[in-house]
Each structure stands twice: as C-alpha cells, then as structure tokens.
Ligand binder design. Structure first.
Ligand code: NVA
Length: 311
C-alpha cells in the first residue's frame, strides 16, 4: 500500500483515472455507496483563496463518506506565515485522515505533500485545478455514454491558456485520451513544459494536444467547448490589461457555431457573463455547467475514496 497525493492531473495514470471516474459514476447513482471515512474520521479542507463549489462539494462529500469535514480558514491559519508548512502539516496529520488544500503557489502544496503522512489533495493552486478536471471528465462521460466514450472526444478550451484550468485540461484531458485544443492569445499561452508533458501522455492514450491563437480554428468540430475567467484568483491586479487581448476568445454563439451541433459547453464557474462567455451560451441548451458543478461532489468523493484505499 502506498500513500497517494493528488496535486496534479498526471498524478493519476490513465488506468487510475478511469478507475476514479468509474467510481464517480457509481457515486452519481448512489451517494452513500461507500463510507471510507466512517467513524467519523476527519478530513481537513483548508482554503487560502475564495471558494464556494469547492468548499461545499468537499464538505458535503466528506460527510457523505461518513466523515467529518474540518473546515480551516487559511486567513486564520496563515500557513507558512504564522506557522511553517511543515509544522502545520505535522499537526494536521496527527488528527485528520486527508488534507485538501486550496492555495497559491504549487511549491506550498508540494511541501505539504512531502511532509504529510495522509493523502494531500489539490483543491486549486495557481498551477492546476485537477479536481475540477475530474468533474469535467465525469460531465463529458455523463453526456456521451459513459467513461469508455471519453477517448477521442475533442475538447477545446478558449481563454487564458496560461492559467490553472488550461494546464489541468492539458494533463487531465490527455490522460483520458481526449484531443485537447487550447486557444489563447499569444501572450497567454500554456507553459511549454506542461504542453510537452501532455503530448507525451497523449501519445500513450491515443489523444492529442494542440495550442493555437485562433479560436475559430480550435473550436471547429469540437465535441466539448470550455472556458474560464480571464482573471484568475491572484491575477486581480492585471484585470484591466487582461480585458482587451481576450475579447476575440469570448465564447459566444458565433464561436460556438464552429463546434459540432451537439457540442456541450463547460465552465468551472464562477462565470462572468459578457466577458469570457455570453449569457445566451452559458444559459443556453448546450450548456451543462450545473451538471459540471454537481459532478464536483461525485468526482471528489471517488477520488477521496480511491486515495484512502491505497493506504
Ligand atoms: N482559473 C480560476 C478558476 C476558478 C475556479 C481561478 O483560479 O481563479
């Protein structure tokens, strides 16, 4: 048995990701299917950034798994400032069975994982949002006939190619065998190291990776079209300068018309209508964003169950 963390999408192999998604499908059918935290055992959810879906889905999920959700406000805990990451981790691991952390730099959660004796799960960092991508893959599976239907789907993400969602779509999508296309302004393209890692994974799963600065070309024929805010948490000071370069990447009805007629639309939320996505698209018939939000619950319960079972 090994201690497993989930800090990035590629921490799960393709077979492991399939297993987690299969379990998530089962949790969709029966919310009380498994109780790996019965006792109750506590799992800590710590957040250094704003949150709604992530806190609610983890807290609900931990309770439904038979456990106790220990919510820790990062502003009070001041991890790395009031107390070192290592000391905080040692204290937490003496009491909780898993730690779920939303924070800024990936170096912070990596340091926690190095010290922790319980699974550490990334609930969003500056670099990645892997739990969201599990929920997105589950949503595609839900609308396309199951987990086995994932390989070969074309997923196009338009918007900030340099943010956590783009990186996670690349790694998590490639792991699932998707054809992942990222359309972003030339100054907001994904990190080449991530693109190359995703391409290497895709070579083993039958997927592919494409990065473009042409949204219409990238969306052409897509099965799934996704976007995200142009101003991620932590980027607020750049809000004004970020507005203009992204305007051609707004997901509106004209851009969506390049995708397959039955393409589904994803957005991790919160959405800014009239900015990265128009109201008619996010509130329209192709949008599955609220299924996607609900799937956070099922996907994360499956992930927690899986990591707890590896021990
Ligand atoms: N890229 C966004 C995702 C929000 C759920 C952010 O990091 O703020």
């Amino acid at each position: 048995m090994t201690l497993r963390h989930f800090l990035r999408d590629d921490d799960l192999t393709p077979a492991e990701q399939r297993e987690v998604l299969g379990l998530a499908m089962a949790f969709r059918e029966d919310r009380h299917l498994r109780q790996p935290l019965s006792g109750p055992r506590a799992a800590a959810f710590i957040t250094d950034k704003p949150t709604l879906r992530t806190q609610v889905s983890f807290a609900t999920g931990i309770a439904e798994l038979g456990g106790f959700p220990m919510i820790v406000d990062g502003n009070l805990a001041q991890i790395g400032k009031r107390e070192s990451i290592a000391d905080t981790t040692r204290v937490l691991t003496s009491m909780v069975s898993a730690i779920i952390w939303r924070t800024f730099g990936d170096d912070r959660i990596e340091e926690m994982a190095r010290v922790s004796t319980v699974p550490v799960v990334n609930a969003l960092t500056d670099g990645f949002h892997p739990c969201q991508i599990l929920a997105d893959l589950l949503t595609i599976a839900q609308h396309r006939g199951g987990v086995n239907a994932l390989p070969g789907q074309v997923l196009t993400y338009v918007g900030d190619g340099a943010n956590n969602m783009a990186a996670s779509y690349l790694l998590g999508g490639a792991t699932a065998g998707l054809h992942v296309r990222i359309a972003a302004p030339s100054t907001y393209q994904p990190d080449l190291v991530i693109v190359e890692k995703a391409a290497a994974i895709a070579a083993t799963t039958g997927g592919s990776v494409l990065v473009s600065d042409n949204p219409a070309v990238a969306v052409a024929g897509a099965d799934v079209v996704a976007t995200d805010t142009w101003v991620s948490m932590g980027d607020e000071a750049q809000a004004a300068e970020r507005e203009k370069p992204f305007i051609p990447f707004r997901l509106d009805a004209d851009l969506l018309a390049h995708a397959k007629p039955d393409a589904i639309v994803l957005h991790c939320l919160p959405a800014y209508r009239g900015k990265e996505i128009t109201a008619d698209v996010i509130d329209g018939p192709q949008s599955v964003v609220f299924d996607e939000a609900e799937n956070r619950l099922h996907a994360q319960k499956a992930l927690l169950t899986w990591v707890l079972e590896q021990r």
